[in-house]
Ligand binder design. Sequence first.
Ligand SMILES: NC(=O)C1=CN([C@@H]2O[C@H](COP(=O)(O)OP(=O)(O)OC[C@H]3O[C@@H](n4cnc5c(N)ncnc54)[C@H](O)[C@@H]3O)[C@@H](O)[C@H]2O)C=CC1
Length: 358
Amino acid sequence: MSTPSPSSIDFRPGELLGCISGELGLRKFIEDRGHSLIVTSEKDGAGCQLEEELQDAHYVISQPFYPAYLTRERIASAPNLKAAITAGIGSDHVDLQAAMEYNIDVSEVTFCNSISVAEHVVMQILSLVRNYIPSYHWIKKGGWNIADCVERSYDIEGMKVGTVAAGRIGLAVLKRLQAFDCELHYTDRHRLPRDVEEKYNLHYWEDWKGMVQTMDVVTLNCPLHPETEHMINTESIKNFKRGTYLVNTARGKLCDKDVIAQALKDGTLAGYAGDVWFPQPPPADHVWRSMPWHGMTPHVSGTSLSAQARYAAGVREILEHYWDGKEIRSEYQIVTNGALAGAGAHSYSEGNTTTGCD
Ligand SMILES: NC(=O)C1=CN([C@@H]2O[C@H](COP(=O)(O)OP(=O)(O)OC[C@H]3O[C@@H](n4cnc5c(N)ncnc54)[C@H](O)[C@@H]3O)[C@@H](O)[C@H]2O)C=CC1
């Protein structure tokens, strides 16, 4: 898939764009087109600035990293809203069911940060299996505790690694892990072409619960939608081989947070890492901040400076298409004209996951 191709850009790739002051490098472009741009981080709580602005907004642009949750109530309160654009990948912060019913188009910049995330997944798998983070902390504490560092440290060479979903990110993870001589497994609702399976020596599973029974490492790379919400729960965790490492950079709500914390305590999981939580930001007492053997980061894997340049350009490409009356690329479409479309039809299912369980 090709990278975004707006007519031009007003920022220098490498600038910090994905923050309030960076404004995705879009202010000049938007104002030159005769529109106004309001940028805010006041997105949570009744009566916040987002809710006030929704009363006349035509477009909402949100990053998944610090998401503006567009719930059914918020969509209903926005009579002029035409579209919700995700500056990144993953549009589960929008109630897609409500967007379909209110005829709000939803789009995202597919592939803008898939490789950024795949690199983060490989980094986190290595850091868990090699016990990197505790070893780093021994050095910070002034120690040289070799035995403490290595008592949980292994090589990933020869390990069985399985990804739940082998879309753009999942497949990129598998390709990168091939160099480490792991045994590679995947499951997906769309099976990969035979030549891809053969090239990377991939073992396909129809059912993820069967796959995880023999994996040393599992990584989740599917979107959050009704089929996948809380897929890791009290019952399904029982399928995992004892001592599995689990890396989830897809979405926090794929997992029941308390089940993960308990699994780390009782040894069902040897480690858990990722960068996605629910809600975002998570409260200070979120159990994933303090559970043992975790390697969590804030939601950063897909917002490296390299990725920011791509998703900022992609948002501009989408707006240019809307304002020039052209159809946006099908890979960018999640909901169009009241139905799942493009990447949305391929990777999501109908329904809502913006609210509910945490
Ligand atoms: N942490 C971060 O910064 C980022 C996280 N993401 C997350 O990763 C997700 C995947 O991204 P991409 O690989 O680029 O998307 P993609 O659309 O290329 O691939 C998603 C894959 O998931 C599969 N899938 C969907 N539902 C499934 C199910 N129930 N069981 C098995 N497979 C299923 C689809 O068939 C598809 O192959 C995003 O939707 C987003 O939630 C994406 C980018 C950045």
